[in-house]
Design a protein. Structure first.
Length: 148
């Protein structure tokens, strides 16, 4: 499965597809519950990403509000409202549709979160770097082997 609206990208000057980065076991993403966070570089600056399971689909975004580039969680891992229906920025209340990252209400209505491409297979979730989103550090050596 590919999350975050099937976003993709190959870094400029690279040869072949980007190398998938292990994120977590699929079982770590519970339906409309806590997010799994991960470190990344967004336009070469340290940032965080977060992944959620929404209606069975694993989706991920850069943890920066489209209104003002601040981290959005209410508490560690908490991005969704109490009903688990919307991603809500704790700073200004911007409200996002979790499957698409589209802002449906608030100061940035019509904008969207920057998605991160995911792939879920063999009980594991992987994210893919692209031109503006890169790993913050070399891939973890404890990650499961990527099936070919």
């Amino acid at each position: 499965m590919v999350g975050a609206a099937g976003l993709s990208g190959v870094p400029a000057g690279s040869v072949g597809p980007p190398e998938p980065q292990w994120l977590c076991a699929s079982a770590s993403l519970h339906e409309r519950d806590l997010a799994v966070g991960f470190d990344l570089l967004y336009y070469r600056r340290p940032a965080r990403g977060f992944a959620l399971r929404i209606d069975g689909l694993a989706v991920a975004y850069v943890n920066l509000c489209a209104h003002v580039p601040v981290q959005m969680q209410w508490q560690e891992g908490r991005f969704l409202d109490h009903d688990g229906r919307w991603i809500i920025c704790a700073m200004h209340g911007a409200t996002y549709e979790p499957k698409t990252g589209h802002c449906v209400a608030g100061p940035c209505a019509g904008a969207r979160l920057r998605g991160v491409r995911l792939d879920e297979r063999d009980g594991q979730v992987y994210w893919y770097p692209c031109a503006d989103i890169r790993p913050a550090a070399p891939a973890a050596t404890t990650a499961p082997a990527i099936p070919t």
